[in-house]
Design a protein around this ligand. Structure first.
Ligand code: MRU
Length: 353
C-alpha cells in the first residue's frame, strides 16, 4: 500500500489528512488529545474503525501528557480525556468501544500511573494491530460472495483509509482480486463530503483495482440495467437486530437493491456491533455543519444561507441486508439470533461486551 492511515510514533500520532486527498498527500502529527479530537471531528481521520484506533491512541497520548500529584488526580484527568474524545462524533460504535477498552485497562489492578501509561500504550498498539488482522479476515470471509466477472458497488469509503489497513468493504474486494477474480468496482461519489470520489477511487486506483465513479443518484439506473451485481458497504453502528447505520445515502441504495434483486452486504468488525442498542431507531445520527451542503469543494453551490439538513448517516433496516460479513464469518437473518450468537461466542477473545 502506498500510504498509511494512522501510525503511533511513540510520543504522537501520525495520520494522513483525509480532507486533502486526493489532491494532496499530507501527513500530520497529532501531539495531544485535543488535536486528536479535532482531527476526528473534522474528518481528517474518519471511518468507524480508524476513529476507534485514533481514539485508543489518543487515550494513550493523553495519559502520557497528564500532570498529576497522585493517582486520583491522574484517573480524574484520564476520564476527562475519555470524555473529550467520546464527544468528537456520536455515531461510530468503534469510538466508544475503543475508549471503553482503554478505560478498562486503566482501571484494572492497583497499578501506579506510570505503569498504567505503559499498559495504555500497549493496548492502543494492540487495537491497531488487531484491526488490520480483523480486516484481512473480513476480506477472506467475504471474498466467496463475489464471483469473477462481477461488478460491485460501494458507497462512501470503507477502505484502508477508514481503518488501520485494508478496509472492511474494500478488504472483501481486495481479497477477491488477490485470489485472481476479475472484479470491477462502481464507487458512488458520496455527497456532501465526497468520500467515494476522493478516497475510495483514490485508494482503489493506487492498488490498480478497476473502479468507475458515479454520482449517488445514478445507482438505481445501473442496478435496473443489471450493471451492478452486488453492493458491499461498511457500517458505523449495527444494532442488535441487524439494522445498519452507515453513510447517508446507504438506505436509498439498499432499497433499490432489493427492488432489483441485487444482494446488499455490509462488511464490519464485531466492534461495530452495538448489542445494547435494540434497533436502528435508537442509533444517534450525527448532524453536521450546513456549510458542507451549501458548498461543493469549498465553493458555494446554492443560495447563501438556505436552510439545510445534513445528517451524516442513515439507518438501513435489517430486511434490506443480505448478510453481514465479519471477522467471524458471514451473519445471515434473522440477525437478532445470528448477532446474539456471534457476540456471546466471541465475548472473551474479542473483548466484545
Ligand atoms: O463520515 P465518515 O466518512 O466517517 O463515514 C464513514 C462511513 O460511513 C463508513 O462507511 C463506515 O465508517 C465504515 S468504514 C470501514
Amino acid at each position: 500500500m502506498s500510504f498509511h492511515t494512522i501510525i503511533w510514533l511513540g510520543h504522537a500520532i501520525e495520520i494522513i489528512d483525509q480532507t486533502l486527498l486526493p489532491q494532496q498527500k499530507v501527513y500530520i502529527t497529532l501531539e495531544d488529545p485535543l488535536q486528536v479530537f479535532e482531527a476526528i471531528k473534522e474528518l481528517k481521520v474518519r471511518g468507524a474503525p480508524a476513529i476507534g484506533v485514533a481514539a485508543a491512541m489518543g487515550m494513550a497520548l493523553g495519559a502520557m501528557k497528564i500532570k498529576y500529584s497522585d493517582k486520583d488526580e491522574f484517573m480524574s484527568k484520564l476520564n476527562d480525556v475519555a470524555d473529550l474524545l467520546a464527544s468528537s462524533r456520536p455515531t461510530a460504535k468503534n469510538l466508544f468501544w475503543a475508549i471503553e477498552k482503554m478505560m478498562v485497562i486503566a482501571k484494572s489492578g492497583d497499578d501506579a500511573p506510570d505503569k498504567i501509561i505503559k499498559k495504555l500504550e500497549r493496548k492502543a498498539l494492540q487495537i491497531y494491530e488487531e484491526d488490520i488482522a480483523i480486516n484481512k479476515k473480513i476480506g477472506e470471509n467475504g471474498a466467496a460472495v463475489l464471483k469473477s466477472g462481477e461488478t460491485v458497488m460501494t458507497h462512501c469509503n470503507a477502505g484502508a483509509l477508514a481503518t488501520a489497513g485494508y478496509g472492511t468493504a474494500l478488504s472483501v474486494i481486495r481479497a477477491a482480486v488477490e485470489v485472481g477474480k476479475d472484479i470491477k468496482v462502481i464507487a458512488t461519489e458520496t455527497r456532501p463530503l465526497l468520500q467515494g470520489s476522493r478516497l475510495t477511487v483514490w485508494e482503489l486506483m493506487e492498488d490498480n483495482i478497476d473502479v468507475t465513479l458515479i454520482t449517488d443518484s445514478m445507482s438505481g439506473h445501473f442496478m435496473k440495467d443489471g450493471k451492478i451485481n452486488k453492493i458491499i458497504v461498511g457500517a458505523d453502528r449495527i444494532s442488535a437486530n441487524g439494522d445498519v447505520a452507515n453513510k447517508i445515502g446507504t438506505y436509498n441504495h439498499a432499497v433499490v437493491a432489493k427492488e432489483n434483486n441485487v444482494p446488499f452486504y455490509v462488511a464490519a468488525p464485531l466492534s461495530t456491533i452495538d448489542a445494547d442498542t435494540k434497533c436502528g431507531d435508537d442509533i444517534p445520527i450525527e448532524e453536521r455543519n450546513p456549510i458542507e451542503v451549501r458548498e461543493f469543494m469549498g465553493t458555494t453551490s446554492t443560495v447563501k444561507d438556505v436552510q439545510v439538513f445534513n445528517p451524516a448517516f442513515d439507518v438501513t433496516p435489517n430486511r434490506f441486508v443480505s448478510g453481514i460479513i465479519t471477522e467471524c464469518g458471514i451473519l445471515y437473518p434473522p440477525y437478532i439470533k445470528s448477532i446474539s450468537r456471534v457476540i456471546s461466542e466471541n465475548r472473551v477473545e474479542n473483548g466484545i461486551d
